[in-house]
Design a binder for this molecule. Structure first.
Ligand code: ADP
Ligand code: ASP
Ligand code: MG
Length: 405
């Protein structure tokens, strides 16, 4: 007997038949003698629709009310799945974030989990009752509903698994595991049997939406055993594990891409101490995250160009913040470009092997793809390129690193 947390994403609960299929799967685990807690997402497309409603009424909306609206999708699926389980003769009860409670800070729209109360559901699980938790949502100390950022049900599941000291947290989705690249655009991507927390963390934060970054972070910190697998098939999935559990480490484990970035270039910025602070300070004050930054050396020592990236969703705000500080910064012109994509090569093998970045640059050059910005860390190299080359770049790199199936 094991204690399991099973999380089902949007496509896995997309309609009534899918919800019934999920109930049958959960019932099977219960019958096999396991203690099961389930976390559900909203039905596929529902969260996007709710976000659309909010933007249609109030483009620069109050984040507290945004959370009230977008959290509602998960309430529906939690109730429906509890009913579907009951129909199969399985005792089940739904739980909303506030009912557990799953407490968070008050960063609405991207709240961080502070604690999960499980005493009551543990008592009920011991009697064979399945707890069905609405993912993605929590509650602040002052009683307001929060959401955990897009894809946040993954994080709800990992937090619940950690609080329950579950034997495993299974993330059921529409792919049967973590692949060497997004199988939707790289047809020759291969399923990984195992991946380290660290690589998964990089993959997720660099755009692989199969797991929310915070979920991986939390699983790594709390030692939660994580598995990604399909709710549409009975196939073994991908295990996310510590480095010690991987026998032979590949040099490069995957290629990720993110279309969520946008580029801003400031032309002829004064090359003097304090200039970076005058640009990035106001952006930080506006809670705008900056990712890649390049600043050229100025030949004359007087002015230089500076390029950086922000989230696409923050582009308009970022441009308005920078324009508002134009006199203080002092630049000749501001150009912005939302038609960019960040493509990244990830692998812990980079720590010990040279030449990985070079292979990336050569491969892109052979395809005639111009690199606009480069950034590196210990286990990844990222480049910013024109968005139209996304598929071409991902597939070419996938082949160049010998990842093709
Ligand atoms: P869910 O609704 O179940 O949470 P998501 O859409 O959030 O599902 O995540 C699953 C999707 O992640 C897949 O359909 C796939 O297109 C995408 N994806 C991106 N990168 C990868 C990868 N490296 N491996 C597997 N899936 C990936
Ligand atoms: N329903 C939310 C979203 O679409 C949370 C999730 O699915 O994980 O982002
Ligand atoms: Mg998801």
């Amino acid at each position: 007997m094991a204690r399991l947390v099973q999380k089902f994403g949007g496509t896995s609960v997309a309609d009534i038949d899918r919800i019934k299929a999920v109930a049958a799967r959960v019932a099977g685990s219960v019958t096999a003698g396991n203690e099961v807690a389930v976390v559900v997402s909203a039905m596929a497309g529902v969260t996007n629709q709710l976000v659309g409603y909010v933007s249609a009424i109030s483009p620069l909306h109050d984040a507290r009310e945004y959370d009230v609206v977008v959290a509602s999708g998960e309430q529906v699926t939690a109730g429906l799945l509890a009913l579907a389980l009951q129909e199969l003769g399985v005792a089940a009860r739904s739980w909303l974030g506030w009912q557990l409670p799953l407490s968070t800070d008050n960063a609405h729209g991207r709240a961080r989990i502070q604690g999960v109360e499980t005493d009551e559901i543990v008592r009920r699980m011991a009697r064979g009752e399945v707890a069905v938790l609405a993912g993605f949502q929590g509650i602040t100390a002052d009683g307001r509903i929060t959401t955990l950022g897009r894809g946040g049900s993954d994080t709800s599941a990992v937090a619940l698994a950690a609080a329950l000291a579950a034997d495993r947290c299974d993330i059921y989705t529409d792919v049967d595991g973590v692949y060497t690249s997004d199988p939707r655009i790289a047809a020759r991507a291969r399923k990984l049997e195992r991946i380290t927390y660290e690589e998964m963390l990089e993959m997720a934060s660099l755009g692989a939406k199969v797991l929310q970054t915070r979920a991986v972070e939390l699983a790594m910190n709390c030692g939660v055993r994580l598995q990604v697998l399909s709710s549409f098939a009975d196939l073994p999935g991908t295990l996310v594990v510590g480095e010690d559990e991987i026998v032979e480490q590949e040099l490069v484990s995957g290629i990720a891409y993110s279309r969520d970035e946008a580029k801003i270039t400031l032309l002829r910025v004064a090359d003097r101490p304090g200039i970076a602070a005058s640009i990035f300070g106001p952006l930080a004050d506006a809670s705008i995250n900056v990712d890649m930054i390049v600043q050229n050396v100025s030949p004359s020592g007087e002015t230089t160009d500076l390029t950086f990236t922000v989230g696409k969703a923050d582009l308009e705000r970022a441009v308005s913040v920078i324009s508002g500080c134009r006199d203080n910064i002092g630049y000749a012109d501001l150009r912005s470009d939302a038609n960019v994509v960040k493509v990244s090569v990830i692998g812990v093998g980079m720590r010990s092997h040279a030449g990985i970045a070079q292979r990336m640059f050569r491969t892109l050059a052979e395809k005639g793809i111009n690199i606009q910005v480069i950034s590196t860390s210990e286990i990844k190299v990222s480049v910013l390129i024109d968005e139209v080359y996304t598929e071409l770049a991902v597939r070419a790199l996938h082949a160049a690193y010998g990842l093709d199936a």
